[in-house]
Write a protein that binds this ligand. Structure first.
Ligand code: HEM
Length: 155
């Protein structure tokens, strides 16, 4: 009888350990699958580095450069910071975007389809330069595309 109780005790303990282990493994898998885009991109500094690269490419582009020509350094720094804040906060990072809404902000700039495709080309080149994996690249590209309806004015 005593031996039987000890056996049952060991069986229950094993069962509990297996269940706990399984639970931990399961929750580990679930959290990896549900990590924010912000985390998957490598956090604030990684997002800032890619954004800086894109920003430089946009300003240096022959057609797009007109949007940033003759702007003061301080205004450019402010815009860059707001762009980082916008992306970080939209990707689930710990930042509150204090800037303007996409539509009223860009309205009147006469941004056209060609501007848009040039901008997306620069974004993709920067993501490739920083070796951002394909899942995250698709997510970032998808996020940018989601803002297009508020930004492109001239079809
Ligand atoms: C061809 C595409 C685009 C062009 C030409 C463009 C142009 C500009 C320009 C000239 C400004 C400065 C406005 C000002 O100082 O008053 C600006 C600001 C900004 N843009 Fe864009 N933009 C484009 C696409 C985008 C996209 C795709 C996003 C978001 C993913 C974005 C987010 C922002 C933000 C957050 C600001 C600063 C907001 C603020 O000042 O409150 N832009 N953009």
């Amino acid at each position: 009888m005593q031996l039987q109780r000890i056996r049952t005790g060991i069986a229950c303990l094993t069962c509990a350990l297996v269940l706990t282990g399984f639970g931990m493994a399961f929750s580990g898998t679930a959290s990896a699958a549900t990590k924010s885009l912000y985390t998957r991109l490598g956090g604030y500094d990684a997002i800032t580095a890619v954004t800086k690269d894109v920003f430089k490419r946009l300003a240096a582009d022959k057609k797009l450069g007109r949007f940033w020509a003759h702007r003061g350094d301080d205004g450019l720094k402010r815009e860059f910071q707001l762009l980082v804040d916008f992306i970080v906060s939209s990707a689930g990072g710990p930042v509150n975007y204090p800037g303007r809404e996409m539509k009223p902000l860009h309205v009147g700039m006469q941004i056209d389809e060609k501007d848009w495709s040039l901008m997306m080309g620069h974004l993709k080149d920067s993501l490739a330069k920083f070796k951002v994996p394909s899942r995250e690249t698709n997510d970032v590209v998808g996020f940018f595309e989601s803002t297009k309806k508020d930004i492109v004015e001239v079809k």
